[in-house]
Ligand binder design. Structure first.
Ligand code: AMP
Length: 227
């Protein structure tokens, strides 16, 4: 199954993608993580991408599309994937459709995470990440047992540079300007499903899994020639 998680930054896409990825045995592909890996490795792509990431702006389409294409062509994506944070522009969405068409595939479902601006700001500005194992915390909602230290591995927790308040505001602005158009695009394609994301993590996971069951059932009906 080929799934996209769409929604503003801080909507909980990454957290849910992690869980659903394990549950459904599908690779979790986060464009943000892939770009941050490139920044960490100091590649030419990473150095270029960093200028945009640190300002809360979108990295140029060509860079992100190339990274995603390479990832999707890997063997573990043969039976599907969960894309988190990609596509983010109409042009990325169209390239993705073309990419999948060439492989004889298409997207099965796009989950649109609906959340208020107030929640986004609260969630992102309180987010902390382990510098060793990558586990996410929140200073108020999911605090570690010991301040600043990861419960799982003892690594140090840090705040992403782009989770600082001014950059969060810019990321939200960019989302409205460049990513929101995708809602109409996927609605028109008939594959958009809204996920109310103000509620607790477990309920959101359950709602996504239930919705996925519906999508699978439709797919098997089509395979059986029932429709
Ligand atoms: P995320 O971890 O998804 O919040 O992404 C962090 C940052 O990486 C974004 O603010 C952008 O600068 C960049 N980024 C991630 N995904 C994309 C994308 N699909 N297109 C352009 N830039 C992206």
């Amino acid at each position: 199954m080929r799934i996209v998680f769409l929604g503003p930054p801080g909507a909980g896409k990454g957290t849910q993608a992690e869980t659903i990825s394990k549950e459904k045995k599908l690779p979790h592909i986060s464009s943000g993580n892939l770009l941050r890996d490139a920044v960490e490795s100091g590649t030419t792509t990473g150095i270029h991408a960093r200028q945009y990431i640190d300002k809360g702006q979108l990295v140029p389409d060509q860079i992100v599309v190339d990274i995603i294409r390479d990832r999707i062509l890997k063997n573990d994506c043969k039976n599907g994937f969960i894309l988190d944070g990609f596509p983010r522009t109409l042009s990325q969405a169209k390239v993705l459709d073309e990419m999948l068409k060439k492989l004889g595939n298409k997207l099965d479902v796009v989950f649109y995470f609906v959340v208020s601006k107030e929640s986004i700001v609260l969630r992102l500005s309180g987010r902390r990440i382990c510098n060793t194992c990558g586990t996410n915390y929140h200073i108020k909602f999911v605090p570690p047992a010991v301040d600043g230290i990861c419960d799982k591995c003892g690594g140090k927790l840090y705040q992403r540079a782009d989770d600082k308040l001014e950059t969060v505001q810019e990321r939200i602005r960019v989302y409205h300007e460049q990513t929101e158009d995708l809602i109409a695009y996927y609605k028109k394609n008939g594959i958009l499903k809204e996920i109310e994301s103000e509620t607790n993590i477990e309920t959101i996971t359950k709602n996504i899994l239930d919705a996925i069951k519906g999508v699978s059932q439709n797919a098997s009906c089509i395979n059986l020639g029932v429709v």
